[in-house]
Each structure stands twice: as structure tokens, then as C-alpha cells.
Design a protein around this ligand. Structure first.
Ligand code: ADP
Ligand code: ASP
Ligand code: MG
Length: 447
């Protein structure tokens, strides 16, 4: 079985949906679990309607929801789908209208409401895909919430792997006895009480990897709008080169440090079951894309890709009581309780603690002020620049270290450089205005 995930742009309109159909036809003879995102822009708009419903007047709220419903019905009509598909879209649309009316009446938008509303995006897109594919191929629609079980905080839930595995094998796998393709939703799941949850923004990649792992798929293909993983974001560095193969380790670091092309959690389930992940372009199916495997490209060396993540906030706490591991974790916990945020990186720097948060300074500043009574805390907003390679701890790593430091120092008076946190990553915090230049210069070193 192949798990194929289609991202937002890959299902954004009738043209893109037809592309998905031809990809499915190209793969005829295989059993395919198709995991789809919402049409591009829909999740953001749904989340914004959800929070705006607290204060929007009825007319504006209903108008914005009707626009979303219309966008999907227009796609159905352009594809010439049967009335049954349009009715299903209208049914989800009716739920959406009531959820938002509930928010307006109560004057409160909870995380649970946000999840229920955001889930409509994936429900819409998968209903359309099933309608389209169903007129050419043997297809069934599956509600991912029946088997993707989550726990912990809504909006960015953790996946309960055992339950998800059990339910996917009980409910989803048998569908392949009657059909070749099952279409389901990325990003959404449900908790123990069967309330809708979501896996965090960009979480459809993660859904695909989880389904791939629990169903022991032969491969996972992430179909997106670029021809694989490149040496830099091709939208920022137009001459970025696509990387043919890389290890799970390298891909994990790349997504962790901010390459949007893969959700950071995607790799782990695939790695645990040793399932190759391919990243390919929905609109250029002849391009080879990137293949991610345990070993990757064993001949590769040096710096292979660069990433800028911005803005990030850097919190540095200097105090005598925070000089050991124990107090570091307490400090992180305290900040997490106050702000609800977890640091993406935490390091000890001499007698202080450095915490990097993947948010702008305005989202964390006020909470850091609470700490200042007992500690001496400083906070700043930066860009996090990272260079990734297969392994910087091998024989030629010295040259890479030197070059990295040189370029950062030439551009930035007082950068904060972290080397050697991971064996395949070099990272520096720099002023955001210098980020693009540094990225270009580092990119020129990529092999
Ligand atoms: P999807 O909707 O298919 O999930 P995303 O927008 O989440 O697509 O991810 C694809 C985008 O990731 C690309 O359009 C590209 O701009 C961005 N990107 C960032 N870094 C990289 C990289 N190193 N290689 C390829 N794409 C990258
Ligand atoms: N639709 C969701 C989002 O926009 C999930 C995804 O696209 O992966 O975040
Ligand atoms: Mg994505």
C-alpha cells in the first residue's frame, strides 16, 4: 500500500483536483490511502472566522461562511460532480454555520470550537476528491476521526499511537478489500470522548506518516507544490537545488529548524517503521523529487541546505539558581505554564539559560516579565539561521564550521552561535534584517 498526502495547493481548485485524479490513475494497480489537506487558504480563513465570530455581526459572519461553502460548490460544479457531492458539502456547511453561531451567541471561541471549525476544511476537500475519483476509480471516503485518536491539548494534540493503530487496522484497512483507493483527511482526529481535534498547522504530513506507520505502508509520498526538498526554500533562494536523497535524520533537522515543506513530526513514525518518504511535485510528476530513507545518500557530505526561521524569540535568564539542569527544566515549566509555549531549543550558556521560542516577541514578552522578579531575564527577537548536512562531525567538518562562523560574523556584529547541538546542524541567532543576506552567502557553500 502507498500512502499519498496532498497538500493545500495540490487540491486548491478544479485544475489541481484533476491532477490528483491523473496521479491516482498513474498509480493504478496499487492500493492507495489518500490523505488530503484542506484547499489552500481555507484552514486559515476558517480559524479566522471562528475567532472573529465572537464579535462579527450575523450578516458578516454568515457571508464569510457562505463564501467558503461557495468556493467548494464551485469546484464541484467545475468538475461536473453529482448533486450528491454538493449536498454533502452543504451539510458540512450547515454544521459550520451552527458552530459559528454558537460562538457568536456565547461570545467565546474555545480551542474545541476552533478544532471543530478547522476540521471542516479537510472534510470539504476530501468529499470533493472522493466525488471526482469515484467517477473513474474504485474509491471510498473515510472519516479520519474514527481512527486518528489524540490526547492532551486541543489545537495541537498528541497522537495516541496504540489506539490509532488498532482502530486503523480494524476500520480503515478492511476497506481496501472492496476498493483500491481510500480518501481520508489529514490534520484531524478525535479524543477519547470522540470530540474533533487537530494536530497543529501543517499537520497533514504528520497524519500521512502516522497512517503509513500503523498500516505498514510500502512508501509514503508527500505531494506538494515544489519538486522535493531543496537546498533552501525555493521561494526565497530561486537557484536552490533539489536534493535527490537524504536520511531521516537530515530531513528531521531540516523540518525542525523551519523548512515548511515537511511538518517536523512527519519523520518519526516513518523512521520507526523504516518506510521511505518521497516528496514530489503534484504539478510536475515527471520530476524525481526527494527520497528520504534511513541511510540517505551515504556519499553526501558538507552543508546541503540552509534555512531561516523568523521571527523567533530568545530568552536568556542569568541567575545563580539556574545553573543546573534541574532548574533549567523548572524555568521552562514555569514559562510554559504562564504562556502555554514550549521552547524549540533550550541550552545552557555559561551560568545562564537560553531558550528559543518559535514566536514573535509580543507573544512571550509579558510572561518573561513575570520571571524577572527573581531572575535577570533578557529577551530579543531574531532570525534563526541553520545549516544542515548529513554529518558535521566527520573529517571535513572543520572547514564547514569555519566558513559558517566567518559568514555569520561578517554580516552580524554580535550573533549568538550554537554549534554542535546536533551532529548535523549549525545554528545562529542573527538580526532579522541580515537573515536573507546570510542565507544567500551560506547557500553558496551548499554542495
Ligand atoms: P503543502 O500545502 O503541500 O503542505 P507547504 O506550503 O506546507 O505545502 O510546503 C511547501 C512549501 O515549503 C514550498 O512551497 C516552499 O516554499 C517551502 N519550503 C521551505 N523550505 C523548503 C525547502 N528546503 N525545500 C523545499 N520547499 C521548501
Ligand atoms: N489544513 C491544515 C493547515 O493548513 C493542515 C495542512 O495543510 O497540513 O494547517
Ligand atoms: Mg504543509
Amino acid at each position: 500500500m502507498i500512502v499519498m498526502k496532498f497538500g493545500g495547493t495540490s487540491v486548491q481548485d478544479a485544475f489541481a483536483m484533476r491532477n490528483v485524479l491523473s496521479i491516482a490513475q498513474e498509480f493504478s494497480g496499487h492500493k492507495i490511502l489518500m490523505v488530503s489537506s484542506a484547499c489552500s487558504g481555507i484552514t486559515s480563513e476558517l480559524l479566522s472566522i471562528a475567532s472573529d465570530s465572537v464579535c462579527l455581526n450575523d450578516e458578516d459572519r454568515i457571508r464569510r461562511i457562505q463564501e467558503i461553502i461557495k468556493r467548494h460548490i464551485d469546484i464541484c460544479n467545475e468538475l461536473g460532480l453529482e448533486q450528491g457531492t454538493v449536498l454533502q458539502i452543504e451539510e458540512i456547511g450547515a454544521h459550520l454555520l451552527s458552530y459559528c453561531e454558537g460562538i457568536a451567541l456565547l461570545g467565546e471561541c474555545t480551542n474545541r470550537s476552533q478544532d471543530a471549525i478547522a476540521s471542516c476544511g479537510e472534510l470539504f476537500s476530501t468529499i470533493i476528491l472522493t466525488g471526482l475519483l469515484g467517477s473513474h476509480l474504485n474509491v471510498q471516503w473515510f472519516d479520519a476521526r474514527k481512527s486518528m485518536k489524540t490526547f492532551d491539548s486541543p489545537s495541537k494534540s498528541q497522537v495516541h499511537m496504540e489506539q490509532t493503530s488498532l482502530l486503523s487496522n480494524q476500520l480503515l484497512k478492511p476497506l481496501f478489500e472492496q476498493c483500491d483507493i481510500v480518501v481520508t483527511q489529514g490534520f484531524i482526529g478525535s479524543d477519547d470522548d470522540n470530540r474533533t481535534t487537530t494536530l497543529g498547522r501543517g499537520g497533514s504530513d504528520y497524519s500521512a506518516a502516522i497512517f503509513g506507520a500503523v498500516l505498514e505502508a510500502d512508501e509514503i509520498i508527500i505531494w506538494t507544490d515544489v519538486s522535493g526538498i531543496a537546498s533552501a526554500d525555493p521561494r526565497v533562494i530561486p537557484n536552490a537545488r533539489y536534493i535527490e536523497s537524504m536520511s531521516f535524520d537530515e530531513a528531521r533537522m531540516l523540518s525542525f529548524f523551519g523548512a515548511k515543506v515537511l511538518h517536523p513530526e512527519t519523520i518519526l513514525p516513518a523512521l520507526q517503521k523504516d518506510i521511505p518518504v518521497h516528496v514530489r511535485n503534484t504539478f510536475k510528476t515527471s520530476d524525481r523529487g526527494t527520497t528520504i530513507t534511513r541511510m540517505g545518500d551515504e556519499l553526501a557530505s558538507g552543508m546541503r541546505s540552509v534555512i531561516a526561521r523568523k521571527p523567533v524569540s530568545f530568552v536568556q535568564v542569568r541567575a545563580s539558581q539556574v545553573s543546573n539542569e534541574h532548574s533549567m527544566s523548572e524555568l521552562i515549566k514555569e514559562l510554559e505554564q504562564l504562556s502555554g509555549l514550549k521552547p524549540m531549543i533550550s541550552v545552557m550558556i555559561d551560568s545562564s539559560i537560553g531558550l528559543i521560542y518559535d514566536v514573535s516577541i509580543s507573544k512571550i514578552e509579558e510572561y518573561v516579565k513575570h520571571l524577572e522578579e527573581d531572575n535577570n531575564a533578557e529577551i530579543g527577537e531574531y532570525a534563526l539561521i541553520s545549516a544542515i548536512g548529513p554529518n558535521f562531525r566527520n573529517f571535513n567538518s572543520k572547514k564547514v564550521f569555519t566558513k559558517f562562523h566567518e559568514i555569520i560574523h561578517e554580516n552580524e556584529e554580535s550573533p549568538i552561535i550554537f554549534s554542535g547541538i546536533q551532529k548535523n546542524t549549525l545554528t545562529a541567532l542573527v538580526n532579522s534584517v541580515h537573515a536573507e543576506n546570510i542565507l544567500k552567502e551560506l547557500h553558496a557553500l551548499c554542495t
